[in-house]
Ligand binder design. Structure first.
Ligand SMILES: C[S@@+](CC[C@H](N)C(=O)[O-])C[C@H]1O[C@@H](n2cnc3c(N)ncnc32)[C@H](O)[C@@H]1O
Length: 422
């Protein structure tokens, strides 16, 4: 995978080069350990190792959802095990070559739709027939061009050509978005963490400022046990209908959705009931998971965004932050998150909130599975330790206890508005 690297426009790369060193500084005592820009771009070019799903626990338990999902996926198609290099090639858009196939069901014929799984630990033996129980990673779905018999009754040296023609590209492949949509919602791990960090309680009034397609909205409503009031805004009716679909799928009734420019969602003389705008200090919790440059999305091997588009996000985010801060009640919580990596959209925005609104303070997050904020930013060392940044790890996979923080690039800050004596 070492040859894959995210190619950015030169001016955008220059912006990132301000925060990420040219060389890896992990062995250099003079610097705080920091991943190099090259390593970051390499990390962004490959997909996260895991696909995560959040369970609708108002409908089923996590164990029940797992069983339902297993049965659903089993129904889908037969499973072929390929070696890891072959699996990685598939993630880069290749078909499966016959020599890369390790295991296939005894009934597999040419022309059958099959699910392709990569053998993560390299422990599957060639010619395996049963359902492989080792660690495996879904890399796509395709159509076999050979039967199992042809594959394994031929000398491996003489096996040539494509064995499985891939039909479903890369990571969209599991098409889980339409699978058990009342039971699970495909959502990356940091986004799931966002809901828990916000920690809304039943009966509270919560605002999801930029909510489409509603991943975090449904999580918030679920954590509130569908009791209280969740207001979900996004800027177009089209986007809002996507939130509504997510809400309806989960049969949640405490969510109100509105198409509205969230920059204008606070007004002194507004009413608390009905749609926006709303009066200041109305909400117990506010989530701003707003527009960002989305440079944390993986896999991504080419991004054509230019520096002026990149530079437009911090301004918009500050307008939304201004509204979000004003709508949180004293004692209430504001969570700010992005799925991007530039300091300007993350640590710098947090520092700006702390500077501009002295009543907003950072709070420790639970759970905290990501790393700290980047070093050498406007944040103090203490504040840096309070934010969560998901990015390439400085540790090797063996040093990491689990690789399940191999996620998309993401950033989370949790503020609490102080109650000031008036
Ligand atoms: C990162 S996405 C939100 C994802 C969502 N929180 C979730 O978890 O499903 C950012 C959203 O911000 C919305 N947005 C951008 N500008 C906005 C504005 N001025 N008012 C409301 N929503 C806005 C975009 O339409 C987009 O849907």
């Amino acid at each position: 995978m070492d040859d894959e690297i995210l190619v950015l426009e030169k001016d955008v790369e220059a912006v990132l080069a301000r925060s990420y060193p040219k060389q890896d500084t992990r062995n250099d005592d003079k610097y705080l350990a920091c991943v190099s820009l090259t390593d970051l771009l390499r990390w962004l070019a490959v997909p996260p190792l895991y696909t995560t799903l959040r369970v609708n626990t108002t409908a089923v338990t996590a164990i029940e959802a797992k069983e339902l999902l297993k049965a659903e996926l089993k129904k889908a198609e037969k499973e072929v095990i390929v070696d890891l290099p072959c699996g990685m090639a598939v993630l880069r858009g290749a078909d499966v070559f016959k020599q890369g196939i390790l295991g296939a069901p005894s009934t597999m014929l040419a022309g059958e739709r099959v699910k392709v799984m990569a053998d993560v630990d390299g422990s599957c033996l060639r010619g395996f027939t049963k359902e492989y129980q080792g660690r495996k990673m879904y890399v796509g779905t395709g159509v076999s061009t050979v039967s199992r018999e042809e594959l394994f009754c031929t000398k491996s040296e003489t096996l040539r050509g494509v064995g499985i023609q891939m039909t479903e590209a890369l990571y969209q492949a599991p098409s889980l978005s339409n699978t058990l949509s009342s039971v699970v919602f495909p959502q990356n791990l940091p986004s799931v963490i966002c809901g828990h960090v916000l920690d809304p309680k039943p009966g509270q009034t919560v605002l999801d400022v930029c909510a489409a397609p509603g991943g975090k909205t449904t999580h918030i409503a679920m954590l509130m046990k569908n009791q209280g009031r969740v207001i979900a805004l996004d800027k177009t009716t089209d986007k809002v209908s996507r939130i509504q679909t997510s809400v309806d799928n989960f049969k949640l009734t405490c969510v109100e959705t509105f198409a509205f420019d969230a920059r204008k969602a606070a007004a002194q003389d507004a009413e608390m009931s009905g749609g926006p705008p709303y009066p200041p200090a109305m909400f117990d919790c506010v989530l701003l998971d707003g527009p960002c440059s989305a440079l944390g999305q993986r896999p991504s091997v080419r991004n054509k965004m230019n520096a002026s588009t990149l530079a437009s996000f911090p301004k918009l985010q500050r307008m939304l932050l201004t509204t979000a801060v004003s709508l949180v009640r004293p004692g209430g919580v504001l969570v700010y998150s992005t799925c991007t990596i530039p300091v300007e959209e993350n640590e710098d925005q947090v520092a700006w909130v702390l500077d501009t609104y002295p009543d907003m303070v950072l709070e420790r997050q639970t759970p905290h599975l990501g790393g700290c904020g980047l070093p050498h930013t406007q944040l103090s060392e203490t504040d840096r330790s309070l934010v969560q940044r998901f990015g390439p790890s400085l540790q090797t996979d063996e040093e990491n206890e689990a690789c399940d923080t191999d996620t998309i690039g993401f950033f989370i800050a949790k503020f609490r508005k102080q109650i000031t004596a008036s």
